[in-house]
Design a protein around this ligand. Structure first.
Ligand SMILES: NC(=O)c1ccc[n+]([C@@H]2O[C@H](COP(=O)([O-])OP(=O)(O)OC[C@H]3O[C@@H](n4cnc5c(N)ncnc54)[C@H](O)[C@@H]3O)[C@@H](O)[C@H]2O)c1
Ligand SMILES: O=C(O)C[C@H](O)C(=O)O
Length: 331
């Protein structure tokens, strides 16, 4: 029995992500929560002929509690998106409090659920979530994930375009670090199968992977950021978590996790000098089965990218931790 929840379900990501979850035969129950329109989205989806029973809640009448009770997987795309000229860090002011309050609900009503955080700035919202869960004595690092799948999806797509591979799913590029600009570190030298990127295209490709989000923000021209590609990526990650819980072996997805608390993560945390960091993670029935370390064989260019990323990450992580330590949750 799998109960999946989407918090922020009426939004640009929330709606298509809820559609994909409703269409999945792996989901038995789907609960949608938002401050607006979630009952409408739920009514619409409920006409689809697939197994999941769909419900939609608003904050009134204990909506968050009713949404979260019994949940196994909670996906969180709640919060405001960027407009042109903004960084993801500019979203902190509003989204930090939203994530804090929603995670407080998770801590109270479904503390064992797998938590998938999409809300930006992911580099800071995941540390906020960890701190709130710690405050409630329910933090299990193997169950808290910052969703960085879109960076990996973009890397596959952009590399495939350059090397002329028709199906970008055949190209796997490890992307490590965080989820914003130069904290995103694509390890092109470790692409599988190995690819040869023409020298004159290399730096542009790295930049496009790091700033792919800005490309969409600019194209949408004030109407938000990536939603459909994010719903695809968020669903891919949620599906992988659910498949691993159901016993499927060998599933590896990148994710931004609390390294010192997950198997295999301590050594990587020591090497990079930050506690929250995205690496390819092997998933199992209890979440992270093993964090894998791709950093041993990276080239000099990638080492330089990594140095820059770690600097930015430190600031973003500290900001999140400080916020969560200072602010009482509102529930
Ligand atoms: N991790 C990633 O790779 C990635 C990719 C794309 C977007 N994002 C982020 O995802 C977030 C959502 O983006 P979007 O385009 O869907 O935005 P959106 O504005 O279209 O949707 C956000 C939804 O959150 C809801 N919401 C606001 N406060 C809430 C609360 N307290 N409880 C429940 N719901 C609440 C809003 O009502 C809205 O429906 C943004 O922060 C964006 O930056 C992350
Ligand atoms: O760019 C954004 O603000 C949204 C998201 O993080 C993305 O990478 O598309």
């Amino acid at each position: 029995m799998v109960k999946a929840v989407v918090l922020g379900a009426a939004g640009g990501i929330g709606q298509p992500l809820s559609l994909l979850l409703k269409a999945s035969p792996l989901v038995d129950e789907l609960a949608l929560y938002d401050v607006v329109n979630s009952p409408g989205v739920a009514a619409d989806l409920s006409h689809i002929s697939s197994p999941a029973k769909v419900t939609g809640y608003l904050p009134k009448d204990d909506g968050l509690q009713n949404t979260l009770e019994g949940a196994n997987v909670v996906v969180i795309p709640a919060g405001i998106p960027r407009k042109p000229g903004m960084t993801r860090d500019d979203l902190f002011k509003i989204n930090a409090g939203i994530v804090r309050d929603l995670i407080t609900g998770v801590a109270k009503y479904c503390p064992k659920a797998f938590i998938l955080i999409i809300s930006n700035p992911v580099n800071s919202t995941v540390p906020i979530a960890a701190e709130i869960l710690k405050k409630h004595n329910v933090f299990d690092p193997s169950r808290l994930f910052g969703v960085t799948t879109l960076d990996v999806v973009r890397a596959s797509t952009f590399v495939a375009e350059i090397v002329g591979e028709k199906d970008s799913r055949n190209i796997v590029v490890p992307v490590v670090g965080g989820h914003s600009g130069d904290t995103i570190v694509p390890l092109l030298s470790l692409t599988k199968p190995s690819v040869s990127i023409p020298a004159d295209k290399h730096d542009g490709l790295v930049n496009r992977i790091q700033y792919g989000g800005d490309e969409v923000v600019k194209a949408k021209d004030g109407a938000g950021s990536a939603t459909l590609s994010m719903a695809f990526a968020g669903y891919r990650f949620a599906e992988s978590v659910i498949k691993a819980v159901r016993g499927e072996k060998g599933i590896v997805e990148p994710s931004y996790v609390y390294l010192p608390g997950v198997p295999g993560g301590d050594e990587i945390a020591k090497a990079v000098g930050v506690d929250f960091f995205a690496v390819p993670v092997e998933l199992g029935p209890n979440g992270v089965a093993k964090a894998t370390n791709p950093l041993g064989s990276i080239n000099e260019d990638e080492k330089k990218l990594l140095e820059v990323a770690i600097k930015g990450l430190k600031t973003n992580i500290d900001k999140g931790v400080e916020f969560a330590s200072a602010e009482p949750a509102k529930l």
